[in-house]
Design a protein around this ligand. Structure first.
Ligand code: SF4
Ligand code: SF4
Length: 229
């Protein structure tokens, strides 16, 4: 497969009320072309949504559908979706099989989010095959985020990114034991839950939090912040 041409158009910095043209629908000439040959990073919240959509425990989902790498400077484990014959394992002739729980990056597309403590803005990711960028329909960034259900993802991903950015600023590199702890609390949430319940980890937690994936994800990230930063 030829490499895809992908350029972030950083000549236009889009705020929430700025407009861009885009339309995507079943039957468009490029339908599903964006769902192959991807380097798709998954956040803790992406994983919770997809594994629940598939009805799989996180460990089984991670083993079957993902690969992980270690950031060379920080030692942070990074999870990516494994392609199947060059395509996303969830794409079908009808479109995305996990559409209601697709990852945050798929929701934002064709936008790319930039966020710092001071500001949040977006760029457009231009892929030469994407006919949707040439259609007439206009969106404000705000309306696009709402339409795609991306706001909740941004909120949950920000909680994770605070930990990641904290690790970068600390300048330290995780050792093997810390790396496994990070992987467990951030990505393998069902195993993390079992470990906490069994009292293997020194975390005091209410059963209501343990039963709720989102609350448990936040707790795990807070615990990592306290123990790693
Ligand atoms: S998760 Fe869905 S939208 Fe995202 S790349 Fe896969 S098939 Fe496409
Ligand atoms: S319009 Fe763009 S986002 Fe939609 S199917 Fe085509 S390539 Fe994918």
């Amino acid at each position: 497969m030829a490499a895809k041409s992908m350029i972030i158009d950083n000549s236009r910095k889009l705020g929430f009320d700025d407009r861009f043209r885009f339309s995507c629908y079943k039957g468009i000439e490029c339908f599903n072309m964006c769902c192959s040959d991807l380097n798709l990073f998954l956040t803790p919240y992406d994983i919770i949504r997809i594994k629940n959509n598939l009805g799989l425990p996180s460990g089984e989902f991670l083993e079957k559908y993902t690969a992980w790498h270690i950031g060379p400077e920080t030692g942070l484990p990074v999870v990516v979706l494994k392609m199947l014959n060059g395509r996303c394992p969830f794409v079908s002739d009808e479109g995305c099989r996990i559409y209601g729980d697709r990852p945050g990056a798929c929701r934002l597309y064709p936008l790319v989010r930039m966020k710092s403590r001071e500001e949040e803005y977006y760029y457009i990711l231009v892929e030469d095959f994407c006919a949707g960028l040439k259609k007439e329909k206009e969106w404000t960034v705000r309306d696009w985020l709402r339409d795609q259900g991306a706001e909740k993802y941004n909120e949950m991903n920000d909680i994770f990114m605070e930990l990641v950015l904290g690790m970068y600023s600390s300048g330290r590199r995780l050792n093997d034991e810390e790396m496994q702890r990070f992987y467990l609390a951030c990505y393998d949430i069902d195993t993390f839950r079992r470990t906490v319940r069994e009292g293997v980890l020194p975390i005091d937690v209410d059963e209501r939090v343990l039963k709720d994936d989102e609350k448990l994800m936040i707790l795990g990230i807070q615990w990592l912040k306290q123990s790693l930063l």
